[in-house]
Structure formats: C-alpha cells, structure tokens
Design a protein around this ligand. Structure first.
Ligand code: DAH
Length: 363
C-alpha cells in the first residue's frame, strides 16, 4: 500500500505545481479580458484534473483494489486529496468570478456626475441675419418679399431688362451658362420682370437672392454672392420716392442721422439711373474716426452701396405695363459688401468658408 500512498502524494504534488498559476491570484492587476481567459483556462484545468480520465479518477478506482483492512485509510487519503483539489479549484474560480463580475459592472457604470456634452447649438449666418433685418424694414414699409429662380433664360436675365445684344454682361466670360444655354442669373433684377408678370402693378417688392458671376475669387469677389433688389411701381412714382425710400431703410438700419446721396450713373434697365451712397455709419460722415482716417468709408465719409433708378419704359413695356400711366423706381445692392463694411471684414471669402470660429463671432 505504500506504493499507492506515494502515488497519491505524487498526484497532489503535481496538482499543486500546476495549480500554482491559479493560486493566490492578485486579480487587481488583471484586465477584464485576462481574467476571462484565466476563467476558461481554469475550467479546462478542472476537467483535466478531476474529469473521468484524470489521475484522481483513477485513484478512486484503485480504492476497490486495496486490501480490505487498508481500504478505509487509503480511501480517506484519496478523499482528502479530492477535497483539497476541489477546494483550491473552487476558491480560484470564485475569485475570478467575483473579479469579472465587478469589472463588468465597473465598465458599464454610468457616472451621472460627469459633466455632460452639450450639443452645440448653431445660429444664423451673418448674411442671413442682415438679410432678415432688411426684410423686416421693407415689410414694415409695405413691401412684400419675392423669391424666384436662379437659372434664367436670356430673356429674363437680359432682354426684358433692356440689356442689349453685345452688352458685356451677356458674354460668357461674365455670366455662367448651363450646357443647354440657360443663364445663372447675374443680378436679382430678373425678379422685377417675373414679379410684374405675376402680380401686375401697382407693386412693391424686395427680392433677396443669390447671383452668379464668372469672377475669380479674391478679397472682394466670389462667383456667387447675394443681392437685394427693390421695385416699386405705381402711378406718379418719382425719383423723390426712390430717394425717400432708400434713405428711410438706411436710416432704420444705421440710425436716423444717416444721409444718402444719389450720383448719376447708367444701367440699361433704368432711366435716369443713379448710384446711391450713404453717410458712413462709423464716422457719421466726417471721414475720421478716433483721430484716424475712417476705415469703412476710406476717409470719404460716404459708403457706396448700390445702383438704382427709374424703371426704364422698355422694362415696363416688357411686362405689359403702360409707361404713360405707371412709373417706378428700382434699386439693387450686394449683401456681402454691406456685411464686409459693417463688420470690417478684409476678405469676402470668409463668409463662405464656414469656419465656425469665424461665424460664431456674429450671433
Ligand atoms: N442689378 C444691378 C447690379 O447688379 C444693380 C441695380 C442697379 C439694380 C439699378 C437695380 C437698379 O434695380 O435699378 O449691379
């Protein structure tokens, strides 16, 4: 029987040696996946050590072959080995299980005290803000807002606006054309025609919108920009109404001290035509600010804004309006230019690059 006892001892020693890596696990240093790996190894190890084909199972069979008087003692020996082995395995298993469970809970824990991620709320683009301000002013003056197409026929972009064949604006160097011969409108004046055709006269509208020109982008040019067009047609409308209206909306925008002036000019769709300037909102028209040359007006005291005039009889006729009965004024100006002046922007392209750091300054 001493032979068998030695065998039990040998098995115990072998087990203890192999079990070494599971004994006294310092789980604190494990990652969750390492611990899960160990769990799988441990369960394979348990099968190998205690399964049907294990040496320990062999010992149980051996008990039956021991001489009866020694059987009880040997049986106890084997049982104590089995108990020790099971206890070691169970302890290691429990340690790993607890660790894995806690690690999972920890991983899934939501710390409600952490600062939240605030959604960044957007805001309107500076061009939109300015456009809306101007729209509000005109609506309060009895105007309605007209919107129309950006792709036009030559008729609406040029002919109906009295822009003759051979005018440089009609050339493809200046205007974008689609492959099938439509023009991307180069000015919002096209809406004058569309609106009069649709609504007839009398009419008071402003038409904000995008326009397109074949310009190479630089500090003051982009191939797309925005204009606002104004049109007022009724009986007995005179140049005085033009001056009064342009003056009024600029005073509402820049303050009641604002003055305007008209300079003779030429546009095919107006006669007479005038460019309109307004006294600088920064220096009040003095040309100097803080003892230095005023920037927006370049020291002149005046800011050139747009074109205007009395609607040309040919334009009225194109819309079936009798120029003997009706007269009207129209004006148009660029929004980007106005924005650049108001916010001292050196580069008009900034308005289209959509750099949030830039845009955020103009809420
Ligand atoms: N359409 C002109 C431009 O793009 C501006 C303009 C001038 C509009 C005179 C008008 C006007 O309505 O009467 O430069």
């Amino acid at each position: 029987m001493s032979e068998e006892k030695r065998q039990v001892e040998k098995i115990r020693e072998a087990f203890e040696q192999e079990f070494g890596r599971f004994a006294n696990l310092s789980v604190e240093n494990l990652s969750l996946s390492e611990a899960e790996d160990l769990q799988r190894e441990l369960s394979a190890f348990r099968v190998k050590q205690t399964g049907k084909k294990s040496e320990i199972a062999g010992l149980n069979k051996l008990v039956g072959r021991i001489a009866p008087e020694e059987r009880a003692e040997f049986g106890k020996l084997v049982q104590s080995l089995v108990a020790d082995v099971n206890q070691s395995l169970t302890e290691a298993d429990a340690t790993l299980k607890t660790f894995v469970e806690n690690a999972k809970i920890e991983r899934e824990r939501i710390d409600v005290t952490l600062p939240g991620t605030r959604p960044r709320a957007g805001h309107l683009h500076l061009l939109t803000i300015l456009r809306q301000k101007i729209e509000e002013i005109f609506v309060s003056l009895g105007y309605s807002i007209e919107d129309d197409r950006e792709i036009e026929t030559d008729y609406y972009n040029f002919d109906a606006l009295n822009i003759p064949e051979g005018h440089p604006a009609r050339e493809s160097q200046d205007t974008f054309y689609t492959t099938n011969g439509f023009a991307l409108r180069s000015q919002t004046s096209t809406v004058q025609i569309r609106a009069m055709e649709r609504r007839g006269v009398p009419i008071r509208i402003i038409a904000p919108g995008r326009v397109f020109r074949r310009d190479t982008p630089d500090l003051t040019h982009t191939p797309m920009f925005h204009q606002i067009e104004g049109l007022c047609v009724d009986k007995n409308i005179t140049m005085a109404h033009l001056k009064g209206t342009v003056g009024e909306w600029l005073r509402r925008l820049f303050g009641k001290e604002t003055r305007i002036r008209l300079r003779p000019s030429y546009f095919p769709f107006t006669e007479p035509s005038a460019e309109f300037d307004f006294s600088c909102f920064k220096c009040g028209g003095t040309g100097a600010f803080d003892g230095e040359r005023c920037r927006p007006c370049k020291g002149s005291g005046w800011i050139e804004l747009g074109g205007s005039g009395m609607v040309h009889p040919n334009v009225l006729r194109a819309c079936n309006v009798d120029p003997q009965v009706y007269s009207g004024f129209a004006f148009g100006f660029g929004l980007e230019r106005m924005c650049s002046l108001m916010y001292s922007l050196d580069d008009i392209r900034l308005m289209f690059e959509n750099d949030v750091r830039f845009l955020e300054q103009f809420k």
